[in-house]
Design a protein around this ligand. Structure first.
Ligand code: FBP
Length: 551
């Protein structure tokens, strides 16, 4: 860690995160009231068969002090997947919660994500180490990684390493894929009677790990506030200079929650929502025509400038591209070694010769840079790395070409000078907003309470998030409850269901209701930077998405 810190960092170190009342009053040794047995969100019979020990667990809520002494606990924690603001506070909350249960408790952090757990690389936390990272962004306290933890061999190694250190509970801080693996590990640990509990915490800036019980994944609040600040600044520049269109791609591997939240916060002229593209089966050409039409209408009104938000995952939601990517995934998986041995030109030829007629046509119609990006390595979960595909540039090129055609026909007389941006890494490690600082600390503290209560196979849950923190509800949601079967690598696999943007939901309706006006008028909002000190209505308010969803 850097030795130098900014004045803001030093002031933030003193910030005391807020907790739900039950935890603030009674600490983390709390009684869990238990609901009815639960069912998985889909494929109940199959999921039940795959998870005989953890299926059907009840939802639990903490509501009173625990009876009896719990004793010292030894716990391990990993950070898994992409960074999200507030991860350090989850660990701080977990550390404080365990110490509150018993000051002899110990917390070990495995280094570099799931691989640290397998390779037994760890640090033991103490007050000094935790103190340096309270309320800071990033995952650098122990690092993160994307190693997939799924085989029995890996699980056996995890159990062996935990036993050597005397660890009896693990906390996995991750997104849908990591918590799917946490669920499998919890099941395996019970099957093997290992005595190791497994608890998850919902992380991802993408905002797609949510449901009735998990109102938000942590990091979404801060990341969208950072992007909205930047979008607002660009809007103000565009509205001052009046000469550029800015195409801004926003992170979010699959779902468009980030783009939607930023649109609600800033009112740009164009926002593409991937889920709507898929639902309406829009072709790339149709998307381009829609954008070009807005460019033209604004130009007709003398406005040769504007802002367009493009979700990172768009490319996989356009039906013809989805088909192409799916064929490419199979092709690359089946011929991995041969494909890697080819030179670039031969790779293109090989792919074109193997694709079906339609998909080969789509592939050839793309600029070579995009073709190349589509052939790049998949991530360890088999996903195309959409953050590396320059969809915003592709759209600029295609809109530009179409406007040129229109100009020749006399249908467009404006100007189209476009600049491209990609916001992702700018927000993933930002200093957590007050909301994320409080939410993350509460999630970590709740995880310690779940461990103290002897639970396993649960996701730490803190709810009622539009109310002040003391009214938040702390508890745990069975991981199996969020599972269904999905096709992965040609097989049906149990996975936590990803939450995409609901086209019948209030956040999308709010956007759809206003989009025509936002396209033509300049109703821009300039949110400005995250405020950490000041009135609660400026500093503590969470996303428009949750507020609309809870309305
Ligand atoms: P998680 O799902 O692991 O939270 O990661 C989210 C994310 O930030 C996506 O928005 C993005 O597509 C991806 O990570 C990029 O990851 P990397 O930097 O590892 O390529």
């Amino acid at each position: 860690m850097s030795k130098s810190i900014s004045p803001l960092q030093s002031a933030r170190a003193a910030y005391k995160p807020k907790l739900p009342k039950v935890l603030a009053e009674h600490g983390s040794a709390v009684n869990a009231s238990v609901g009815d047995p639960t069912e998985s969100v889909g494929d109940q019979a199959e999921v039940k068969e795959l998870f005989p020990n953890t299926y059907g667990l009840p939802v639990v809520n903490f509501d009173a002090p625990a009876q009896g002494k719990i004793g010292a606990l030894k716990v391990g924690v990993i950070l898994s997947g992409g960074q999200a603001p507030g991860g350090h506070n989850v660990i701080a909350g977990l550390y404080d919660g365990l110490n509150k249960i018993d000051s002899g408790s110990e917390l070990f952090g495995f280094l570099g994500g799931p691989s640290g757990l397998i390779d037994n690389e760890y640090v033991k936390f103490d007050d000094e180490l935790i103190g340096r990272f309270r309320n800071t962004g990033g995952f650098d306290i122990i690092g993160s990684g994307r190693t997939k933890l799924e085989t029995e061999e890996q699980f056996d190694k995890v159990i062996e390493n935990c036993k050597t250190l005397g660890i009896t509970a693990l906390v996995v801080i991750g997104g849908d894929d990591s918590n799917t693996n946490a669920c499998m590990l919890a099941e395996y640990c019970l099957k093997k009677e290992s005595g190791i509990q497994v608890i998850g915490c919902p992380k991802t800036i993408d905002g797609d790990l949510k449901n009735e019980w998990i109102e938000a994944s942590f990091g979404f609040d801060t990341a969208t506030k950072v992007y909205s600040e930047l979008i607002g600044n660009i809007q103000r520049d565009a509205n001052s200079a009046k000469k550029y269109w800015h195409f801004i791609k926003l992170m979010g591997r699959s779902a468009s929650h980030i783009a939607l939240e930023c649109a609600l916060k800033t009112h740009p002229n164009v926002t593409i929502i991937s889920e709507e593209v898929a639902e309406k089966k829009k072709t790339l050409r149709e998307i381009v025509t829609e954008i070009a039409t807005i460019v033209k209408k604004r130009a007709d009104a003398g406005k040769n400038f504007g802002i367009a938000l493009i979700p990172e995952g768009l490319i996989e939601f356009v039906p013809e591209m989805k088909k192409l990517i799916s064929e490419l995934n199979d092709l690359l998986a089946e011929n991995a070694t041969y494909f890697d041995s080819l030179l670039d030109d031969d790779k293109f030829q090989f792919v074109n010769s193997k694709l079906g007629a339609d998909t080969s046509h789509v592939f050839s119609s793309l600029p070579q840079s995009i073709q190349y990006q589509l052939l790049a390595d998949r991530d360890p979960h088999g996903n195309v790395q959409v953050s590396r595909i320059e969809t915003e540039k592709l759209l600029i090129d295609m809109v530009s070409d179409l406007l040129r055609e229109w100009k020749v026909k006399g249908n467009f007389s404006g100007k189209f000078n476009a600049l491209n941006h990609f916001f992702g890494y700018e927000g993933r490690c930002a200093a957590p907003s007050n909301f994320d600082a409080d939410y993350c600390y509460s999630l970590g503290y709740t995880a310690s309470a779940l461990i103290g209560a002897g639970k396993t196979g649960y996701l730490s849950s803190v709810r009622n998030l539009t109310e002040p923190a003391d009214q938040w509800i702390a508890g745990g949601i069975p991981l199996t409850m969020m599972m269904n079967l999905e096709r992965r690598h040609g097989k049906d696999k149990p996975v936590i269901k990803k939450a995409l943007v609901e086209l019948h939901g209030k956040p999308f309706h709010e956007y759809a209701y206003n989009r025509e006006a936002w396209a033509l008028e300049d109703d821009y909002i300039y949110p400005g930077p995250i405020q950490y000190f000041g009135p609660s209505e400026v500093c503590d308010i969470t996303t428009d998405t949750i507020q609309l969803e809870k309305k």
